[in-house]
Design a binder for this molecule. Structure first.
Ligand SMILES: [Fe+2]
Ligand SMILES: [Fe+2]
Length: 188
């Protein structure tokens, strides 16, 4: 019998009932769990975006950039996604089926340039992904601030990493790339 790829498996995500957590006061657990699941999906998709970027990018500084993409991809998966999955487990929530990741993600994936030599394009895609992540994490931080110190600390750590990632990407942009980024910012 082959694997049934059509229907996502639910595992214990989501459980019938969330366990009571004494460290969490004044927060709707279902809302918090949804936010964490969405952030988890963003992290896995960001990991994949950077993983693909590391292999796809060609041309000037591509070797350096390949290392940067791989290093940041590592942070997204083995640090951020892991911290979120561990926190979700405190609420009896398992990582979602991979077929649900796209739907759960708010940031989805930033579109990568068609031209593999468009080095700035890959970097800009990274900057946009980091900015989207920062927006979501600020929202989660606001939601749990003073009410769930455990999640608050995790989110605070991740926010400082994402801010650093954005800076690393920005500093790799060419002068032309910076101009492109500014044009994009004007459109927002
Ligand atoms: Fe991340
Ligand atoms: Fe990041």
């Amino acid at each position: 019998m082959g694997l049934d790829m059509s229907e996502p498996k639910k595992y214990r995500y989501l459980p019938e009932e969330f366990p009571a957590r004494n460290e969490v006061v004044g927060v709707d657990t279902a809302t918090l769990v949804n936010m964490l699941l969405s952030a988890f999906a963003d992290e896995v998709l960001a990991w994949y975006q950077y993983y693909v970027s590391a292999y796809a990018v060609r041309g000037n500084i591509s070797t350096e950039l390949e290392d940067v993409f791989k290093k940041i991809a590592e942070d997204e998966l083995n640090d951020h996604a892991k911290k979120l999955a561990d926190r979700l487990q405190d609420f009896d929530v398992d990582p979602p089926d991979f077929r649900d990741l796209w739907q759960l993600s708010k940031c989805k994936q930033t579109e990568l340039p068609e031209d593999p030599h468009d080095v700035d394009g890959f970097i800009i895609a990274g900057i946009l992904a980091e900015r989207c992540a920062l927006t979501s994490y600020r929202e989660i931080f606001k939601y749990v601030f003073g009410k769930d110190p455990v999640t608050e600390e995790i989110i605070e750590d991740i926010i400082s990493d994402e801010a650093e990632h954005e800076t690393i990407f920005r500093n790799l942009l060419s002068k032309e790339g910076l101009k492109r980024l500014k044009e994009l910012e004007k459109k927002d």
